[in-house]
Design a protein around this ligand. Structure first.
Ligand SMILES: Cc1ncc(COP(=O)(O)O)c(C=O)c1O
Length: 391
């Protein structure tokens, strides 16, 4: 019955295998932590976005359980119908205060927040979305979904951005940028971007998926790192990375949130996040507010690891985030490095095109505040061994 479809799909899958671009799922059979059981083997996890190690925190588990005892599990309707519960609003109050914005709005994930907000703010061919070349796929999909025109500027190239702002006129012009770039780990020059936006009357949206809980002394993300309080129009953040769970939020003015509630389809036409997910996110946020020193611990781990890799001759740098890309270039060698590291007890996924540009396949290492020195030493040793055999 499926043979026609299968034969079409199988030939494409074969092509992917030949090009070393085939993807498959690996299974984690333990809680998410600095060590996990992966396909039956205990390994040190070096590619998760669990930056603060909160995914399995006992306080968060307790909060999720208690919330279910009080409110049950599901919200079972969209926010606008009957799915809006006090736990959603409580989270929004706390995150808005944390980011020092007027208001916040939960989304079901960062992908939906990005496609929703971009396509709602820029909704017609009269509008223009301006995007950094290395922005996350969900931003690209947001601008594809929006009926607006778009322009891409070279990565972090402010002159190019200014040229676009000078020459391309539109009703609304929205500059969207990753606060921390997901595959490179570098921090966008947001202060300069905001200054250009102010000069040319454009709107700025920052995607802080990898910045919340990671940059700024208290982990407030780009707004704190660049001291841009009250100057950033739209801040997006996810709950599935440093905050250890799932979901996302938008912070901004009261009017922005009111507008999104009225017009943003990926908010309006979907079921609200379940209770324990939001209660867990709220507890994670409270832990971060109480213990900002976790951010400094993460920072120290990044420094230690980068220095270790530099000492063994690998070309890496500390970009100020928790992401350390080890660029290999060729897809096949990148896969071999990942496999060899796994044999040596370290798990780092091989990131290949189309996630990253062709010729830049990489091991995207990510650090956690809960990695110990021993974990990092073991990882550095394994990198040395694998690199000496393969690179
Ligand atoms: C920069 C960036 N934005 C958005 C997302 C999407 O967030 P979510 O996983 O919550 O959908 C991700 C990662 O998944 C990301 O890396």
């Amino acid at each position: 019955m499926y043979s026609k479809l299968n034969s079409i799909l199988s030939s494409e899958l074969e092509e992917l295998k030949k090009k070393n671009l085939y993807r498959f799922l690996r299974t984690i059979e333990s809680a998410q932590g600095p060590e996990v059981i992966l396909n039956g083997k205990r390994v040190i996890l070096m590619c998760s976005n669990n930056y603060l190690g909160l995914a399995n925190h006992p306080r968060i588990i307790k909060a999720a359980k208690e919330s279910m005892e009080r409110y049950g599990y599901g919200a079972v309707a969209s926010r606008l119908v009957s799915g809006n519960m006090s736990i959603h609003e409580e989270f929004e109050k706390v995150i808005a205060q944390f980011k020092r914005s007027q208001k916040a709005l939960l989304f079901n994930c960062g992908y939906m927040a990005n496609i929703g907000v971009i396509s709602t703010i820029c909704e017609s061919a009269k509008d223009l979305v301006i995007s950094d070349k290395l922005n996350h796929a969900s931003i690209i999909d947001g601008l594809m979904l929006s009926k607006a025109n778009f322009a891409t500027y070279r990565h972090n190239d402010l002159e190019h951005l200014e040229k676009i702002l000078k020459t391309k006129k539109a009703r609304r012009r929205l500059i969207v940028v990753d606060g921390v770039f997901s595959m490179d780990g570098d921090i966008a020059p947001l202060k300069d971007i905001v200054e250009l936006a102010e000069k040319y009357e454009a709107i700025v949206m920052v995607d802080d998926a990898h910045a919340t809980g990671v940059i700024g002394e208290k982990g407030r993300g780009s707004v704190e790192y660049w001291d841009l309080y009250e100057r950033l129009d739209i801040q997006m953040g996810t709950l599935g990375k440093a905050l250890g769970g799932f979901g996302a939020f938008i912070c901004g003015s009261e009017t922005l949130i009111e507008y999104l509630i009225n017009k943003c389809r990926p908010l309006i036409y979907t079921t609200a996040l379940p209770v324990p997910v939001v209660a867990a996110a709220l507890e994670a946020l409270k832990i971060l507010i109480e213990k900002p020193e976790m951010v400094a611990t993460l920072r120290n781990n990044v420094k230690y690891f980068v220095e270790g890799l530099q000492k063994i001759g690998l070309e890496v740098k500390d970009n100020g985030s928790a992401i350390v890309p080890v660029i290999i270039g060729d897809e096949k060698r990148c896969l071999r490095m990942s496999e060899r590291l796994f044999e040596l007890g370290i798990y780092v996924a091989a990131i290949r095109p189309p996630t990253v540009p062709k010729g830049t396949a990489r091991l995207r290492v990510t650090l956690m505040a809960t990695h110990t020195k021993e974990h990092l030493e073991k990882a550095i040793f394994a990198f040395q061994k694998a690199a000496s055999e393969i690179l």
